[in-house]
Design a protein around this ligand. Structure first.
Ligand SMILES: Nc1ncnc2c1ncn2[C@@H]1O[C@H](COP(=O)(O)OP(=O)(O)OP(=O)(O)O)[C@@H](O)[C@H]1O
Ligand SMILES: [Mg+2]
Length: 284
């Protein structure tokens, strides 16, 4: 609670992503779990209508970082800006109200319900106090069609009968239907085969093309380089590099993931250490 002055609102770091105000900016975010310093002074700008890929080795802090954005963990320190406004995101509901939707790997879909029921779970439409099944079904179908999700046979199919890629699609469509401005996905293709992976990657691209900001965690650099506009690399709880994907090669990305540094010509690699007025050091 005893936070010092909010870090300066995001400005100079915008050059990294094209000049517009980012949808979400993290400044000097730290999070510790007891003695474990999971995040240290993390800065990140997430632009709208682009795919930001968050990469890093196991334990680098990626999931912890998205959980602070999703309102699951409160950061121990640091500031969050949404459209330039200083915000705190204390609960998943507050994240939802801002327009942040998180698709976790386990997805939290209900197997025993159909696609429509899953897409409206917790936000069912009522008509004369009864579920308005027709409107919900039409709306669910339109959303799926709008995202070019064509492989599901019927919106009334039970989710337990869907493939992993189709489940991802339903979870994403639910976020879109809730009018999410930022969709966060934690390793969406980790459990998928080749064609399902292609399906989900296509979906991610279409989200960004529709003006939604996407933050996706992935260990698969092929996926990352095929869909990301912006790369953000974490190492041991720190954001060590971020910038347009064109600044990186798979080789430089691997090097940064493993060492936290890039030994080659780093002149065109934008570090994320810009404009943090407060250097954060934490005792463990
Ligand atoms: N609830 C928790 N309690 C204690 N420590 C945690 C907790 N969650 C994460 N950590 C620790 O924080 C650090 C970052 O973990 P995190 O899950 O964010 O990594 P990650 O980058 O998502 O890794 P992976 O690629 O393996 O999913 C690790 O050292 C982890 O052990
Ligand atoms: Mg993780």
């Amino acid at each position: 609670m005893e936070s010092s002055l909010p870090a300066s609102p995001p400005t100079a770091a915008l050059a990294a992503v094209g000049g517009d105000q980012p949808l979400l900016s993290l400044r000097a975010i730290s999070k510790n779990f007891g003695a474990v310093q999971a995040l240290s002074g993390v800065n990140l700008d997430i632009p709208t209508a682009q795919v930001t890929a968050l990469i890093g080795d196991n334990g680098a802090g990626k999931s912890t970082l998205i959980k602070t954005i999703a309102g699951i963990w409160a950061p121990s320190e640091g500031d969050i800006f949404w459209n330039g406004e200083h915000v705190t995101i204390k609960t998943p509901r507050e994240a939802d109200e801002l327009g942040i939707a998180t698709v976790y790997q386990d997805l939290a879909l209900c197997d025993n319900l159909d696609i429509v029921a899953n897409m409206f779970l917790g936000h069912e439409l009522l008509r004369h106090r009864l579920l308005d099944e027709n409107v919900m079904e039409t709306s669910a179908k339109e959303t799926l069609a709008g995202l070019s999700v064509t492989t599901v046979k019927s919106a009334r199919q039970l989710v337990e009968s869907l493939s992993g890629g189709q489940r991802q699609s339903v979870a994403v469509a639910r976020a879109v239907m809730r009018d999410a401005k930022l969709v966060i996905m934690d390793e969406p293709t980790a459990a998928l085969g080749v064609s399902q992976t292609a399906q989900v990657l296509g979906l991610i691209r279409r989200l960004a093309d529709r003006g939604i900001a996407v933050l996706v965690i992935s260990h698969n650099l092929n996926d990352v380089f095929s869909i990301a506009d912006v790369l953000a690399v974490m190492h041991l709880g720190r954001m060590v590099h971020s910038g347009p994907i064109s600044d990186y090669t798979p080789q430089s990305a691997v090097e940064i993931i493993t060492t936290g540094k890039f030994s080659g010509d780093s002149s065109n690699l934008k570090t994320n250490q810009v404009e943090i007025s407060r250097e954060t050091t934490h005792d463990q």
